[in-house]
Design a protein around this ligand. Structure first.
Ligand code: PMP
Length: 412
């Protein structure tokens, strides 16, 4: 097969829709367009039947009961509903008071968790932001040590979106259930890629998103446990009472059909995809570390998603490296916030210094990634790093044995 440029290595940001998903969705734009809420005619029933099928496909993927799936617009909404809706429902004191309850999360969570948690702080809740170790993992021990008598909610990623590291979810689930604390998991990067069983992992609430598993954008869901315990939430969107009252609004039938099909395909193909992508990912890492010095792979080497790698290349700026590799779509460890380039707060949370955080790339592979693409991208990255390092006086000094961290630069 011939190589087609540009190459897409940013599947953690979003995935293309699987053509089989698009095919499944098409009739629901024009032929089967009834509102599932229209209970009194066949158009409505057909819409409802489509949503029911999707509910089965999604619940099969995560080991849930179909009644436990609440469709949303994606993981951002699901996280907001779980965190804000959960905290409000289980608050120990009424709105307007302080000391309303304690919530545990981590510093290197996605913004879609951090911002709702910061909102809770403003509304009288106490929030603990756990700090990961250098491996990026939040352990059950860390959560246990942070728990208090008034802890009401723990909200953690299953797998991190920048480094792919996997938290101790089943162990934390067991701990939370023991203490009667609600456990929310942001499963956005995990669900559809890795085997998921909400009961085995003792999860109460779990967010997921279609566009990370070869489904359409703008649709996702929240798993809400119905038994042992029956989890309650305060709705954020009120209205027609759809989705057991947790999320009012006419259902996005087309999107939900796409999510369902994506979930079904993921159930069938995730193991094959993961095994193949792990080999390709490992090949990138092995080649890069063989050919280049001063390279660091961020996060735990084993306990991480198989299709992703986050690599820091010393003495090179991630942004310059991306510019030099324009025909490869990747993410850098710098985030454009307003005018400045901030180093990734996730990498900083792991104790990666600003320089190495700025010099990092996230490569995330997907269902259609080929060996040719991996070969091309690996060589291109190596070549570009070598070229950029030729221009780096700091790299020269490093090679001459000068410890540049000890240099006292003249201040102006
Ligand atoms: N959580 C994580 C871990 C994510 O990676 C993302 C997407 N970048 C989100 C939440 C937000 O998902 P969505 O785009 O579906 O709102």
């Amino acid at each position: 097969m011939s190589l087609k440029l540009p190459i897409y290595f940013d599947h953690a940001a979003t995935t293309p829709c699987d053509p089989r998903v698009v095919e499944a969705m098409l009739p629901y734009f024009t032929e089967v367009y009834g509102n599932p809420g229209s209970r009194n005619h066949s158009f409505g029933w057909a819409g409802e039947a489509a949503v029911d099928t999707a509910r089965d496909q999604v619940s099969n993927l995560i080991g849930a009961d179909r009644k436990e799936v609440v469709f949303t617009s994606g993981a951002t909404e699901s996280n907001n509903l779980a965190i804000k809706g959960g905290a409000q429902m289980y608050a120990k004191k009424p709105a307007g008071s302080t000391g309303r309850g304690h919530v545990i999360t981590a510093t290197h969570e996605h913004k879609a968790t951090l911002d709702p948690c910061k909102r809770l702080q403003k509304e009288g809740f106490d929030v603990t932001f756990l700090e990961p170790g250098r491996d990026g993992i939040i352990t059950a021990e860390m959560v246990k040590n942070a728990m208090r008598d008034d802890t009401i909610l723990v909200s953690l990623l299953w797998a991190n979106n920048e480094i792919g590291t996997i938290n101790e979810v089943p162990e934390i689930g067991a701990l939370c259930h023991d203490r009667g604390v609600i456990f929310h998991v942001d499963g956005t990067q995990w669900v559809g890629k890795m085997p998921t069983d909400v009961n085995a992992a003792q999860i109460d609430l779990m967010s997921f998103s279609a566009h990370k598993m070869y489904g359409p954008k703008g649709v996702g869901g929240l798993y809400v446990r119905r038994r042992r315990p029956r989890v309650r939430l305060t709705a954020l969107a009120e209205g027609g009472g759809q989705e057991r009252g947790f999320r009012s609004g006419t259902l996005n039938v087309t999107g939900i059909v796409g999510l369902g099909k994506a979930a079904e395909l993921a159930s069938q193909e995730m193991t094959k995809d993961a095994d193949r992508l792990r080999k390709l990912r490992d090949r990138i890492e092995t080649t890069v570390t063989e050919k280049l010095d001063t390279v660091q792979i961020n996060g735990h080497r084993e306990k991480r998603l198989p299709h992703m790698t986050n690599i820091s290349f010393g003495f090179v700026e991630g942004e310059s490296l991306m510019m030099a590799c324009k025909d490869i779509a990747m993410s850098s460890g710098s985030a454009c916030t307003s005018a400045s380039l901030e180093p990734s707060y996730v990498l900083k949370a792991l104790g990666v210094g600003d320089d190495l955080a700025h010099s990092s790339l996230r490569l995330s592979l997907g269902r259609w990634t080929t060996e040719e693409e991996v070969h091309y991208a690996t060589n291109k990255i190596i070549e570009s790093v070598e070229k950029l390092r030729v221009l780096s006086p700091l790299y020269d000094m490093h090679n001459e044995g000068i410890d540049i961290t000890k240099i006292e630069w003249a201040a102006h």
